[in-house]
Design a protein around this ligand. Sequence first.
Ligand code: HEC
Length: 209
Amino acid sequence: PWNGGILSTAGNLMLQGNARGELVIYSADEGERLWSFDAQTGIVAPPVTYRINGEQYIAIVAGWGGSLALVGGEALKGGISPNRSRLLVFKLGSDVALPPAVDEPLVIDPPPMTASADSVERGKALYLGYCVFCHGDGAVSGGPIPDLRAMTAETHEQFLAIVLGGLHWDKGMVGFGNQLGTDDAEDLRAFLIERAHHSLSQEQAPSED
Ligand code: HEC
């Protein structure tokens, strides 16, 4: 599952990226794996091929996104692939690897859980109506968009300005001030804090999974 677009060539090759972060070349007739490259990020886009001065190139826009990555949430555990947007171009006979990838750990350090269960419940319903499509099921991000369990203290302070006021509008996070009120936003924040504590408690007791 979770494979990217396909390119097939007249030379019996089929190329495809996947969610595990590989670009793979298969034989088109048998599907045999002939070669793979560690792209360090999930690939959704299809490869393209072209020729310049008789030399053939393969280019692929590597990067993890799409509806599955956005909504997938918890279900992507294990298959999760960080997003590192880059254009990779190969030519025949080249033998290179990328420099080692640097992973930024997800720091989940929420404020104390003070909201009522009712507030969390209302926040959950709002989250499912407005936020899940980008920030992921259960507030677990698939990678490309910030994981709201890992909001910093500063982000918590700016929560209303971001969610209602559109502070990060230019980066793709619109403001919902014409749809939601301050109480709604606080309920949403309560739900997100609850999810953060939930994740931390799971980390501490993995055997209960
Ligand atoms: C259409 C996609 C989309 C939807 C829907 C969406 N967001 Fe976002 N959100 C984004 C993107 C993209 C960013 C990153 C913006 C940036 O880089 O500053 C973001 C960032 C945020 C941030 C800042 C996170 C941080 O750690 O910096 C908060 C808070 C946030 N969103 C809350 C919400 C809430 C609450 C909802 C639902 C009411 C919501 N978002 C719905 C796309 C979306």
